[in-house]
Write a protein of this length. Structure first.
Lengths: 506, 302
């Protein structure tokens, strides 16, 4: 079912001339057919030009084959919207409308995504609505009207120390009919800044796309640079990258388990996990001196070698952190009042999850077997695989338990890798990247699939560097999880997804 | 006279200490050091020194909320006997006044919350009204039982009457009462499993969300009034649960203070070992509390 898509494997690059450019009808019908046949959209974006835009669609085959596909087409000021048939395209089409000034005809929910200026010259579709300036969350929200229906607005300033986002609930008493999420407060213009890159600054920008996913995004960027430049990271560097990626997953999953316990008012696990998360962050600091992995990943390898004494200490620390975490998390399963609070809350059905294209733990908790580490192996995961964990109850309890099971697998993985670090250099010399090529890299960050697409121009500079953070796929999942739930369960559902605001806002 | 002065001094000075003890207990369970015992006092003093910001959409109702809440609770504190000592103010039927002083305070807190026009505070008021309605029958069944046991309509004789002897005679009824009243104590004071006083999640709050718009001294008054309410309801509860008396006035005051601290530790333990209930489950537990109290009434009336 690849209707002449260019197929390739994760972390490779190919000449841009190889990307098929069928006419509009073939393109849209082909994308539609592929999605119906089980392909999934990883990235769908436009490169604006004077008359419209060139749309690129990167798709992933059903798990097993490890194949990715790319196809493109040129459109004018409008293109047919497929969102009604394929809900997973809904946000991508809004993003294209906002960035490239081309209108998805027939889109039922055409609203700004990040309230950003278009990437090309011209006036955005929504500029007039708020008097010229684009202010986040200034838009028409969906409204429910009737007796006893009321609206609750939360944010962008929240009571906790979290990022800004605006949530609009349509409630009937305590029951939520609909939740609409408006983001964009953290928009920093990363994609705009990457046009004409790479520069020495680019790696640092990648590390801060989402501050808690430094390794996930860093790895994707390094893979793109390596495939565009035609060089490789050594096995030793790939192993340390893998360890860092899993440490990042461990730190965040631990933090989430603690935060979930805290949200239901269960203090012991909340307090212990807060501390143990610090232990994992400190292990990351052992590798590179930064608790958030800044400076660890570099194109061609890693910034700091991991010598035997560091590996030993990592091994020891992991062992004690594992004991602590096991004890703290066991308390959760053993406390009936906690489980009663988590079960049957915030359910996203498997069908909905598949339709809207959830990724990462949120998708696996709905029974979808989706994990880039297995589906499209990269780096060390080509040699040493981590079993995929799935759950079937689709509720907050599933997302909680899944985090713990994944944490266990990650600890097993690090435990094994750290004892068998390959010898060799830790950093190969980077080379200049090649002009007129396209590179695609997928990694499994702790929130799910991260997709970076690089298109180089004839001078070997990025004409477009498209980033898709897992949060981009998943925010709509949170909205669905809240349907017909108690509004007081929102914080718990939100925490069970724990999505990134800045990763979405870019 | 001396007893009345000690009563008033204790009621004024001790309530925040209970919060400090609860906090320390929870910290111990979580493996932390925790804030000092006196932290709630520092917090209230800090708030009292601050300025207050009033929203322009609010009226006098908003300002009256904290003051009425404190005043009603303080009057209720005069009606409840502490330990073996009768209360400074006592008359026939004061138990009804006691129950509805809290209702009056709650009415003004809820009105103040509605006065802000905020959707959060509206939700908080709705929740508070629902749960307090469901908690009220339990309190009244308890009062009926106690009144029957002591043959009096006044709180002081009613509560001081409870002793080890009464427990030996009607232990079953009192046990049911202790169960029901402990639930009322937790729900009225917004403790886990009903409400989480430490949460920052405004959508899940009951009591805390109603006072979000108060600041400075007004908020300090609210915190103090909340501590006082815990103290007053706690004093009622320890009469039922820990009815020991020696006959020596000074020793009895000591015993009272110790039982109050024990109660704080028990609340701290309950908060540490369980999570919050889902909001829709709270009515079920409150109905259960009413049933417990109703059965205890049945037992003493038959």
């Amino acid at each position: 079912m690849s209707f002449g898509m260019k197929t390739f494997y994760n972390g490779t690059s190919f000449p841009r001339a190889d990307i098929p450019m069928p006419d509009n009808d073939t393109f849209f019908q082909g994308v539609l057919d592929s999605i119906t046949a089980g392909w999934r959209v990883c990235s769908y974006f436009g490169v604006p030009n004077a008359e419209g835009a060139t749309l690129y669609c990167i798709m992933s085959a059903r798990s097993g084959s490890g194949v990715l596909g790319v196809v493109a087409t040129t459109v004018g000021r409008s293109f047919p919207s497929l969102a009604a048939l394929c809900p997973q395209l809904h946000l991508f089409e809004r993003e294209i409308a906002e960035q490239c000034l081309t209108r998805p005809e027939g889109h039922a929910w055409l609203k700004p995504v990040r309230f950003q200026k278009p990437l090309c010259e011209g006036k955005g579709f929504w500029s007039a609505a708020d008097g010229g300036g684009l202010l986040p969350a200034v838009m028409d929200f969906y409204r429910v009207e009737g007796d006893e229906v009321h609206e609750v607005a939360v944010g962008p300033v929240h009571a906790g120390v979290i990022e800004p986002g605006h949530f609009r609930f349509q409630c009937h008493g305590e029951e939520v009919f609909h939740l609409e999420i408006a983001l964009g407060f953290q928009h920093r213009g990363i994609e705009r800044a990457l046009i004409g890159a790479p520069t020495p600054r680019t790696m640092h920008q990648m590390e801060t796309i989402a501050g808690d996913t430094t390794v996930g995004h860093g790895q994707a960027y390094c893979m793109n640079m390596e495939s565009l430049g035609g060089y490789f990271a050594s096995p030793r560097a790939e192993t340390v990258r893998g360890i860092a990626l899993e440490l990042e997953r461990l730190a965040n999953h631990t933090g989430d388990l603690g935060a979930l316990a805290g949200d239901v008012g269960y203090l012991p696990t909340a307090s212990f996990c807060g501390r143990i998360r610090g232990d994992f962050l400190n292990m990351t600091a052992l590798l590179c001196g930064s608790r958030f992995s800044r400076g660890l990943l570099r194109p061609g390898g890693i910034g700091y070698d991991c010598d035997a004494s560091i590996a030993d200490e990592l091994h020891k620390k992991l062992h004690s952190a594992r004991e602590d975490l096991t004890g703290a998390v066991k308390l959760l399963w053993d406390t009936p009042s906690v489980m009663a609070r988590l079960e049957d809350v915030g359910i996203v059905s498997e069908k909905d999850a598949r339709d809207i294209g959830l990724v990462g733990p949120a998708a696996r908790a709905c029974g979808l077997n989706r994990d880039v580490r297995c589906d499209h192996p990269f780096g060390i995961f080509r040699m040493s695989q981590i079993p995929v964990v799935t759950a079937t109850t689709c509720d907050v309890a599933a997302r909680t338990r899944l985090r713990w099971l994944e944490a266990e697998r990650s600890m097993d993985f690090i435990d094994e890798q750290v004892r068998h670090l390959p010898r060799g250099s830790y950093r190969n010399q980077p080379k200049e990247i090649v002009p007129d090529r396209c590179a695609v890299a997928l990694t499994e960050g702790w929130r799910g699939e991260i997709c970076h697409v690089a298109l180089t121009d004839d001078r070997g500079r990025f004409e477009r560097y498209k980033i898709v953070d897992p949060s981009f796929h998943n925010w709509n999942g949170l909205g669905l999880a809240l349907r017909n739930q108690q509004i007081s369960d929102f914080p718990l559902c939100n925490k069970s997804f724990n999505l990134s605001y800045c990763g979405f806002d870019l | 006279m001396t007893n009345s002065i000690i009563h008033i001094l204790l009621a004024l000075s001790m309530p925040p200490l209970l919060l400090g003890v609860i906090g320390k207990t929870k910290a111990a369970f979580a493996g932390r050091v925790g804030a000092p015992f006196l932290q709630p006092y520092y917090d209230i003093l800090r708030l009292l020194q601050k300025g207050t910001v009033f929203s322009t959409t609010t009226t006098w109702v908003f300002r009256a909320g904290p003051i009425v809440a404190l005043a009603t609770t303080a009057v209720a504190a005069l009606l409840v006997p502490f330990g073996a000592h009768p209360a400074p103010v006592s008359f026939d039927g004061d138990m009804i006044l006691y129950a509805y002083l809290f209702a009056l305070g709650r009415f003004f807190t809820m009105s103040a919350a509605l006065d802000t026009g905020s959707s959060f505070e509206g939700m908080g008021s709705a929740r508070e009204a629902t749960y307090s309605c469901l908690a009220e029958p339990t309190l009244f069944f308890a009062l009926i039982t106690l009144s029957r046991l002591s043959g009096s309509f006044s709180l002081s004789p009613m509560l001081v009457n409870i002793s080890l002897g009464v427990w030996l005679d009607t232990g079953a009824a009192l046990l049911l009462l202790v169960g029901g009243m402990f639930i009322v104590l937790l729900v009225e004071n917004c403790r886990i499993p009903f409400d989480d006083p430490n949460t920052h999640l405004e959508l899940t709050m009951i009591h805390e969300v109603m006072v979000l718009d108060h600041s400075g001294p007004a908020f300090g008054i609210i915190q103090y009034a909340a501590a006082l309410k815990l103290f007053v309801l706690g004093a009622f509860f320890v009469h039922l649960a820990l009815p020991y008396a020696t006959g020596n006035p000074l020793l009895d005051w000591g015993l009272f203070i110790i039982s109050m601290l024990e109660l704080a530790v028990v609340i701290g333990i309950v908060e540490s070992v369980m999570a919050r209930l889902r909001l829709i489950r709270i009515p079920q537990l409150l109905v259960a509390a009413t049933i417990l109290a109703a059965f205890s009434t049945l037992l003493v009336i038959r």
